[in-house]
Design a protein around this ligand. Structure first.
Ligand code: SF4
Ligand code: MG
Length: 328
């Protein structure tokens, strides 16, 4: 399938009064049409910042892109004009957020917000835009769409607002959708419904989908590939089946050990000891070494490069081969 997005060796710093935080320290990932890439990691690992850099919506300052490339269908967006970036935003790459309430404007009806894009960006008439907005609300299964198109965001439940935001993101028919923790604020049943909906829409439209999450259980269901992030880097990238069969990085192993398993009811879950590092002061060598049960002395000084394990799988660990084969 067609390669849509390539993020290459992306570096981003936050220049704050407390010093320089290295927020992205060489991020690489790619997404093809029809593929779901889950980007997994603890908060502060750089998942959202990578997505914001791709979208061109980083808060700058304090954020500064200090290196790398973001290529959409071969075109480097980091060096594109602001006009071109605006075109790409929404039209080719769209993003949905955790908090629909802050993404939707409370003073306009849901319909107006969808229709505005269609009129301004596609030059549709008011009447056609209304018709299309109702269709879009139908696609995301908002009941009584013809009536609800005239309602305001606060009249929608949390799950319905999330659906409305998905409808809005689809208005300009993007080829790539980035969903940043799209279900985190919702209760478990609604979470599952929204994930099902996203997966279905992605498959139907053959879109690329980047699903940002801290929840390994969510990605198991819908992702084709997983990129695991830690301290501003990808530490492992693998096919989802491969990764669940046998993790290729100690951090992924630790995440898996903390995952609740239905077949092991009552078993105490292992949690990862320690805290993610401060990005103002990332540990030298392998940034995971203070928390890693497999760490050896070279891990404290030598930074592991991304190492290929075959089948498009990579891991940034000195002992990746031993880890993936289950040897200690
Ligand atoms: Fe652990 Fe060392 Fe591998 Fe880092 S390089 S993950 S510290 S074993
Ligand atoms: Mg985030």
């Amino acid at each position: 399938d067609e390669l849509l997005l390539e993020v290459e060796d992306l570096h981003v710093e936050f220049r704050t009064s407390d010093g320089v935080a290295t927020v992205l320290n060489g991020v690489d990932y790619s997404v093809h049409a029809g593929e779901t890439l889950a980007v997994l990691g603890e908060s502060g690992s750089g998942k959202s910042v990578t997505a914001q850099t791709v979208m061109g919506i980083l808060d700058s300052p304090p954020a500064v892109v200090t290196g790398g490339a973001v290529r959409y269908r071969g075109e480097d967006l980091l060096t594109a004009t602001e006009e071109r970036r605006r075109e790409v935003r929404g039209g080719e790459i769209a993003m949905i957020f955790q908090d629909a309430l802050s993404a939707l404007n409370p003073v306009f009806t849901v319909g107006f917000q969808i229709e505005e894009q269609l009129r301004v960006r596609l030059g549709m008439s008011k009447k056609d835009a209304r018709k299309r907005a109702i269709e879009l609300l139908d696609i995301v299964r908002i009941p009584a769409a013809a009536r609800r198109v005239r309602e305001y965001p606060h009249q929608f439940s949390g799950g319905m607002r999330q659906r409305a935001m998905i409808a809005m993101s689809l208005a300009l028919d993007p080829d790539l959708l980035i969903a940043d923790e799209p279900t985190t604020a919702l209760d478990v049943t609604v979470q599952a419904q929204i994930m099902d909906l996203l997966a279905e829409i992605q498959a139907e439209r053959r879109m690329g989908l980047i699903l940002i999450t801290h929840d390994l259980a969510v990605v198991a269901e819908v992702a084709d590939r997983i990129a695991v992030m830690y301290a501003g880097r990808i530490v492992e990238q693998a096919d989802v089946t491969e990764l669940f069969r046998s993790p290729g990085h100690p951090y992924t192993e630790a995440l898996m050990a903390s995952l609740p398993r239905l077949d092991l009811k009552g078993q105490t879950l292992e949690t990862i000891k320690g805290l993610p590092p401060s990005l103002l002061n990332v540990p030298p060598g392998c940034p995971f070494h203070p928390r890693c049960p497999r760490a050896e002395s070279r891990c404290e000084t030598e930074r592991p490069a991304l190492h290929s394990l075959g089948f498009g799988r990579v891991s940034a660990c000195h002992f990746a081969d031993e880890v993936v084969s289950g040897r200690v």
